[in-house]
Design a binder for this molecule. Structure first.
Ligand code: UDX
Ligand code: UDX
Length: 475
């Protein structure tokens, strides 16, 4: 849609499009760290992160930065340095929108749980609410930046809402997907492989490029059209997840052929055409993005009747579900085909190390399966709060909340967790697991003492020497 008038602003004129105030809607895993780094690197820009969740904003404003709502290495230090200077957390969404020249939308876009596209399509209701909110309160021109991962052509919907509700105000829409991974978000932000900006207005693209330009070399700031940018994000996650599913597929073959998946991964990873990253076999990938984004890609392909394309990518998810399931099945089979009444300890609940995020974590699905087989579960994770474990299980609706409460215990200490258990399942690759006193753990467990290492973090021969029956992925 054509703009109503040149981008001059009402009451303000953006001659050089210099940005002085930024607002970010959504104080989550992406919005929080991204804005903290933008604020740190641009002391002259005032950055305000807003959220409808009052508790979350209060946690971001907690004077004790070790209590921020998100755990991410290096984040607390940056928040401490910038908060109250040029980084602010607030629930006053309208004020922050109106004051800012640039607004990032970083709200969640979960897979739809209802209606058309249920279980596949992205639910865009929060993004739409943000667009309507911006359109209603803006009294000067705005650059609106899509930060949330969105289906291709969502910018069209945002544009249409902004241009049809707004009064005299002009809006430019940019797509600026994040590629940061949890646990290394700050490092990824400080030193990105690339920053991608998709858009139609050169001036708007340039003003966002200048924000990143404070610390990112120019040749790493890539500009494309809006639709390429949106699709690139989904594609990047699909390719990464595909590598994990590919190596996980090979891990099952290894278990039947005496090949060792770590050796295979090393051998193929040294081929510079393949590369060594994202070749670690595991109990299955998790996290907020991989599954959601691939389902979304599949849904979009189906909606254009591209069934071969859809089926191709869907197989990445099917393989991942299989990997989680076969891990749980192997544990049950090895424990003489029953875990009923047996204590199984889950070490790790987060979807990967160095984060307290548990979205789509393999631990949830493996536990659910074991509970169906009447196991008693104990859980230890260094960063995940107790309530989160219960809410993850309750969310599945497989059994009553009371049943989850009765059959799952959560400890603050790994040694209490594993005491008297029949088996340990390692679900997250936390570094500390390697340094435990495994002899003591062995002595405290029921015999035979089993370990199922879903992350290949322990040394097989060392564990066998202690006396454990040790099983890992693909070896
Ligand atoms: C977000 C997007 O969900 C995802 O699509 C993208 O790939 C990465 O960025 P994340 O930051 O991890 O993910 O989400 P989350 O931690 O759930 O934070 C979103 C925040 O938005 C929440 O705090 C929520 O309260 C807030 N929100 C949601 C609003 O402020 N307004 C809304 O209308 C909806
Ligand atoms: C991912 C993308 O990497 C990031 O660029 C995007 O912005 C958001 O989604 P994230 O979900 O934080 O980031 O984690 P990532 O490091 O990609 O790991 C995803 C899952 O794959 C985790 O469960 C991880 O344990 C698993 N994984 C990863 C493996 O099992 N093996 C590997 O070799 C790599």
């Amino acid at each position: 849609m054509a703009l109503k008038k040149p981008f001059t602003g009402i009451g303000k004129t953006y001659k050089n499009m210099k940005i002085t105030k930024i607002c970010c809607i959504g104080a989550g895993y992406v919005g929080g760290p991204t804005m903290a780094v933008i604020a740190k690197k641009n002391p002259n820009i005032q950055v305000t992160i807003v959220d409808i969740n009052e508790q979350r904003i209060a946690a971001w404003n907690n004077p004790d930065v070790s209590k921020l709502p998100i755990y991410e290495p290096g984040l607390a230090e940056i928040v401490e340095e910038t908060r109250g200077k040029n980084l602010f957390f607030s629930t006053n969404i309208d004020k922050a929108i109106d004051e800012s020249e640039m607004i990032f939308i970083s709200v969640n876009t979960p897979t739809k749980t209802y209606g058309k596209g249920k279980g596949m399509a992205a639910d865009l209701k929060y993004v739409e609410l943000c667009a309507r909110n911006i359109a209603e309160v803006a009294t000067s021109d705005k650059i609106v930046v899509e930060k949330s991962t969105l289906p291709v052509r969502t910018a069209q919907a945002i544009k249409s809402i902004l241009h049809n509700i707004g009064s005299q105000v002009n809006f430019h829409i940019l797509s600026n997907p994040e590629f940061l991974a949890e646990g290394t978000a700050i490092e990824d932000l400080l030193n990105p492989d690339r920053v991608l900006i998709g858009g139609e207005s050169k001036i708007a693209i340039e003003s966002l490029a200048n924000v990143y330009g404070s610390w990112v070399p120019k040749d790493r700031i890539l500009t494309t059209n809006l639709w390429s940018s949106e699709l690139s994000k989904l594609t990047a996650n699909a390719f990464l997840a595909q590598r994990v599913s590919s190596i996980n597929a090979i891990s099952e073959l290894c278990e039947h052929t005496e090949a060792n998946v770590n050796e295979v991964a090393k051998a193929i990873g040294m081929d510079s055409r393949i590369g060594s990253k994202f070749l670690k076999a595991s109990v299955g990938f998790g996290g907020s993005c991989f599954q959601k984004d691939i389902l979304n890609l599949v849904y979009i392909a189906r909606s254009y009747n591209l069934n071969e394309v859809a089926n191709y990518w869907e197989q990445v998810i099917i393989m991942n579900d299989h990997q989680k399931r076969r891990f749980a099945d192997k544990l049950i089979k090895t424990l003489y085909n029953t875990v009923s009444g047996k204590k199984i300890s889950m070490l790790g609940w987060a979807f990967k190390k160095d984060t307290n995020d548990t979205r789509e974590s393999a631990a949830i699905y493996v536990t659910d399966h074991l509970l169906n087989e009447q196991a008693k579960i104990s859980v230890y994770d260094p960063k995940v709060p107790k309530e989160k474990v219960y809410s993850d299980l309750n969310y599945l609706n497989t059994r009553t909340e009371q049943e989850n409460q009765d059959n799952v215990i959560i400890n603050d200490n790994p040694y209490d967790t594993v005491k008297d258990s029949h088996a340990i399942a390692i679900m997250t690759e936390w570094d500390e697991f390697k340094n435990y006193d495994w002899k003591k753990i062995y002595n405290d467990m029921k015999k035979p003492a089993f370990i199922f290492d879903g992350r290949n973090v322990l040394d097989k021969s060392e564990m066998n020497k202690i006396g454990f029956e040790y099983f890992s992925i693909g070896q």
